[in-house]
Structures are given as structure tokens and as C-alpha cells.
Design a protein. Structure first.
Length: 83
């Protein structure tokens, strides 16, 4: 409430573009690496079932964190900056 009083209602949408960009990158960097690593792990290591899904998820998680970390920093800085 104090933020809206001091900075106006527009402050509520501050950082939206960074959040939307992060969401798009997060989705793309989860789905594609998961599918690719699952295919590669299955063909090269001949594993299936839960171990395959866990390994592919770990790979996708590392890629996703690496891709989205810089965007998270920018989003946080923009959203917490007072105007």
C-alpha cells in the first residue's frame, strides 16, 4: 500500500517484462534439454524408467538454472528499484 501511495499504481507492474522473459526462457530451457538428454541417455547408457527420468531432469535443471540466473538477477533489481 505504501509503495502505491508513494510511487503510483504503475509500480505494481515494474519488472513484468523481465518476469515474462524469464518464464519463456525457463520453459524453453526445461523442455528441450529434458527431451534431448533423455534421448541421449537412453541410447548411450541403455537405461529406462525412473533412473532415466531423474538423470534427464537433473540435466534439464542445470541448464535451466544456468539460463535463467542472469534474468533473475535483472528481474530482482528492476522490481526492487525505487523510482
Amino acid at each position: 500500500a505504501a509503495m502505491v501511495r508513494e510511487e503510483g499504481a504503475a509500480c505494481l507492474s515494474r519488472g513484468f517484462h523481465w518476469a515474462a522473459a524469464r518464464s519463456a526462457l525457463l520453459t524453453a530451457s526445461q523442455v528441450v534439454p529434458y527431451a534431448h538428454s533423455k534421448r541421449v541417455l537412453q541410447s548411450s547408457l541403455d537405461i529406462d524408467g525412473l533412473p532415466l527420468h531423474v538423470a534427464a531432469s537433473l540435466v534439464a535443471g542445470v541448464v535451466t538454472c544456468t539460463v535463467t540466473a542472469p534474468i533473475d538477477v535483472m528481474k530482482t533489481r528492476v522490481m526492487s528499484a525505487a523510482r
